[in-house]
Design a protein around this ligand. Structure first.
Ligand code: ADP
Ligand code: MG
Length: 575
């Protein structure tokens, strides 16, 4: 199986999975909608077939001088009923299927968001904001075509063809019915398959350009200050515009493919209708059917155009829908972390024994048999050069990564046995890069502790020496921009630290907590944290003298790695 074949196959499976999700969510409305779209097609075919028969029969009656006895009322009432019924059914079908599809896509969006926010930490780290946004917005948007333009029209079209086949066989003749059905189904299959193949590449490229455009635009807006400072704003802007132009070129390719397919399909319809007319005339000349019945086949095939014409759009979009469906299905299929059951621990003492960790596929472990212990009320700083695994050790301790070997115990309970929500209440990690969202200072602080009183907020602000800063900016109601815009780097860092204090964790893990603070402020903040949480065990990843000097004990991570894999490691307290 070639790669592109394989991709197409996976795209097909993903499309089917997405359709099943949509169907399961909105089965009643979609089945009713499908029935109505079949009614629309059948009514259209019956309308044209009947009209054709009516006109021809009336003319024949006139020619034969039987105009006075020819019943014009019943057929014309029928024509009116079909025309109005068709319009009403079309209206109902559009309403039902679009409403159902949009509702089902909302469900998918919510599920995507849910799996995104509960994905394992490792996956989240790799997920970039613009990509996640793309997936939620553009990919899910692209999926509305799956029921609306692909599966419902295809199913209704095939059903209408089969019903018409049976009706024509019964009313007119097998040869006419067979010609029309094979003509339409065969030619449409060929034209649509060719269009789908031609569109697949442009479609994928258009999709890639559209995603790139969104990501680049978001990056441009996010990094505008830096870009302006380096004089690159215009150039970066041009890059974004070039990506957009590329997207439009691909879109134009797709439009061309769609137009050609549309032309081929109308040609098919014309040839089939002409053939049906010729066969009907031959049959009529041989006296096997009346000329009026012969007209039915011709007019019905004109109406049957409606069963294949809408599909050309779906073929042009097939590649895009397939890629989007694959990504959405893959995101939905990632298993969310299941919360573990376990008893709560009494204290938050930390014990790590022979902990080893290696990244997927890496030859050398990042951490090799690391052991350490922290008692309640003690602060320990892990030091080591950049890349020695300090941050990794904190992530493992917070159960955001799973160790390869070794034991971590918090309180009297192994880390793996802790219930997720209990664990989060006891252990707080302040990562190296912590994000602040747009909102007030109060909102930012209450993120981890929604019920905290204003007094409690001021108390933690005081602990990190932010009282004066926040008061000068207008207090807890002061609004921050995205990513803490409005605060300096150091102020934002302290706000994040204050937020973690509010939860009063028993074990506080801080990754380079005072990065970006001057020596004096750093010491004041660290002292404030200790005073606020006198009984907590505190573990920091540090390389600043201020943090190292403040800690009760310092553990050198590179030393234990440098000693090689032989034997258990003794960690070296330097103080
Ligand atoms: P430190 O915090 O001491 O600077 P880290 O714990 O961040 O070190 O990283 C330890 C090692 O793990 C480094 O070699 C780094 O390249 C690697 N590493 C860190 N994060 C990832 C990741 N998400 N995927 C793969 N490797 C990583
Ligand atoms: Mg680090």
């Amino acid at each position: 199986m070639t790669a592109s074949n394989h991709n197409r196959h996976r795209g097909g499976a993903a499309l089917w999975q997405v359709f099943r999700l949509i169907l399961r969510d909105q089965s009643t409305a979609l089945i009713r909608g499908a029935a109505l779209s079949l009614v629309v097609l059948i009514a259209g075919i019956a309308l044209l077939g009947l009209s054709g028969w009516f006109i021809t029969a009336a003319a024949a009656a006139g020619l034969a001088g039987m105009g006075a006895v020819f019943d014009v009322f019943r057929p014309s009432a029928m024509v009116r009923f079909l025309a109005l019924g068709r319009t009403a059914a079309r209206y109902g079908e559009r309403l039902l299927t679009h409403d159902a599809t949009l509702k089902a896509l909302t469900t998918i969006r919510v599920r995507l968001l849910a799996t995104t926010v509960t994905a394992p930490h490792d996956l989240l780290v790799r997920l970039r904001g613009p990509q996640a946004l793309n997936r939620l917005m553009a990919d899910v948007d692209a999926l509305d075509g799956v029921p609306l333009r692909l599966i419902l029209p295809l199913a209704a079209g095939i059903a209408a063809q089969l019903i018409t086949f049976a009706a024509l066989w019964w009313l007119v003749d097998l040869s006419v019915a067979l010609w029309i059905a094979t003509g339409f189904l065969g030619a449409a299959a060929i034209v649509l398959a060719r269009a789908a193949r031609a569109a697949a590449r442009s479609s994928g490229e258009e999709e890639a350009a559209a995603q790139a455009f969104r990501s680049q635009l978001i990056d441009l807006i996010r990094a505008r200050d830096d870009l302006a400072a380096y004089g690159q704003l215009t150039r970066q802007g041009e890059t974004v515009l070039a990506t957009d132009a590329e997207r439009h070129r691909r879109r134009a390719d797709l439009d061309r493919i769609e137009r050609r397919a549309g032309f081929a399909l109308s040609l098919t319809g014309t040839v089939v209708a002409a053939g049906a007319l010729a066969i009907g005339m031959m049959l009529a000349r041989n006296g096997m059917i009346t000329p009026a019945l012969a007209a039915i086949g011709f007019f019905a095939s004109l109406a049957l155009m409606e069963t294949i014409a809408p599909l050309r759009r779906a073929m042009a979009d097939l590649g895009r829908m397939g890629v989007a469906a694959q990504r959405v299905a893959a995101s939905l299929n990632t298993v969310a972390l299941a919360p573990k059951d376990g008893l709560s621990g009494q204290t938050a003492e930390l014990q790590i024994r022979d902990l080893s960790f290696r990244r997927d596929g890496a030859l050398l472990p990042i951490l090799d048999k690391v052991s350490l212990a922290i008692s309640a009320g003690e602060s320990v700083a892990i030091t080591g050069p950049s890349g020695s695994g300090k941050s990794t050790l904190l992530l493992l301790t917070a159960r955001l990564l799973a160790p390869e070997a070794g034991q971590i115990t918090i309180g009297c309970l192994p880390l793996a046995d802790w219930d997720e929500s209990r664990l989060r209440a006891v252990v707080t990690l302040v990562p190296q890069r912590s994000a602040l969202m747009a909102g007030t200072v109060g909102d930012a602080l209450r993120l981890g502790c929604p019920d905290a009183s204003d007094a409690a907020l001021w108390e933690v602000l005081e602990a990190v020496s932010l009282t004066l800063v926040i008061r000068s900016k207008g207090g807890l109601e002061c609004r921050l921009g995205p990513q803490g815009a409005g605060l300096s780097g150091g102020e934002a860092r302290r706000l994040v630290l204050a937020r973690s204090l509010l939860r009063r964790p028993g074990l506080l893990l801080m990754d380079e907590p005072t990065e970006g603070l001057d020596e004096k402020t750093a010491l004041a903040v660290l002292a404030g944290i200790r005073a606020y949480l006198p009984a907590a065990s505190i573990l920091t990843a540090s390389h600043r003298p201020a943090e190292i000097g403040w800690a009760d004990r310092v553990i050198q991570l590179d030393q234990c790695r440098a000693m090689g894999p032989a034997g258990p490691k003794k960690l070296q307290p330097s103080k």
